[in-house]
Design a protein around this ligand. Sequence first.
Ligand code: FAD
Length: 286
Amino acid sequence: MKIESKFQKKKPVLSFEIFPPKRDKAIQNIDETLAILSELNPDFISVTFGAGGSHTNNQTVELAKRIKHQYGIDPLVHLTCLNHSKFEICELLEELRAADIDSILALRGDANPAVEAKKDFRYASDLVKFIRQYGDFSISGACYPECHTESKNKVEDIAHLKEKVDSGVQHLISQLFFDNNAFYSFQEHIQIAGMHVPVEAGIMPVINKSQIERMVTLCGASLPEKFSRVMHKYEDNKEALFDAGMAYAINQIVDLLAHDVDGIHIYTMNNPIVAKRICDGIKNLI
Ligand code: FAD
């Protein structure tokens, strides 16, 4: 079932993101995680993709096949384009078609210094147009409630997002954020800009201290005072920080659901305990 049709139901969509195992680890290593995630009945599971020429790319498609054919859950395959040629993208699309996988999260990705840049695609919207012409895939895209770090300002960011949606994106998944107000304001701006596709809120449960610092540096998410206070209080107590991180994520989701969000996308970091704990906390809400 194509991802966009999941939003036609009268309830919010729930999805998880996982990443493929590293090169030296077999794909089967992720079965324990998938077994628990599948019991939580997500609408789909998305699988990340290496930014360029990476060995994990094959694992992405392999893992997506496993999710679909072994666990009966629809996969959403991430596909980055900056470091891929049109030919390589065609090969991947054919592989997906052969595996009966029809939903793609079309991404630009980031430059990979270890890989010579290819010139076929510059932005995610180029990939969206290419896939749209290639065949009947359902196409999702990434969005940034607090602006992509490379954008000069929110106006420019929204204008480029509109180009991407107009190229054929049918559903958006947001970058992680800790301040729901930033998400609500973003929702308003995309409505004003005339984008009427469902937007899933990306939630990253924080469970350790280094994760907070890394995420904030990489994606520029702002930290509300309440979040910083709680994390600072428990940062040196592993178990307490885990509890606090879970409570914060659950509170964020409860508030998003009360605001009738289209869907919740949980960045599980391949930790099924995290996903289970969150789902237990919202089981009567979704
Ligand atoms: P784009 O939509 O192309 O935007 C990138 C920047 O270019 C933005 O600043 C945008 O405003 C600007 N821009 C767009 N069009 C134009 C234009 N015509 N002219 C000038 N500027 C323009 N990375 C991975 O490597 N693998 C993954 O699996 C992965 N999964 C992700 C999942 C989600 C939900 C999110 C939010 C991000 C993910 N990323 C992943 C990270 C992503 O690849 C990076 O954030 C990347 O920097 C931007 O990708 P994009 O598809 O949003 O790019």
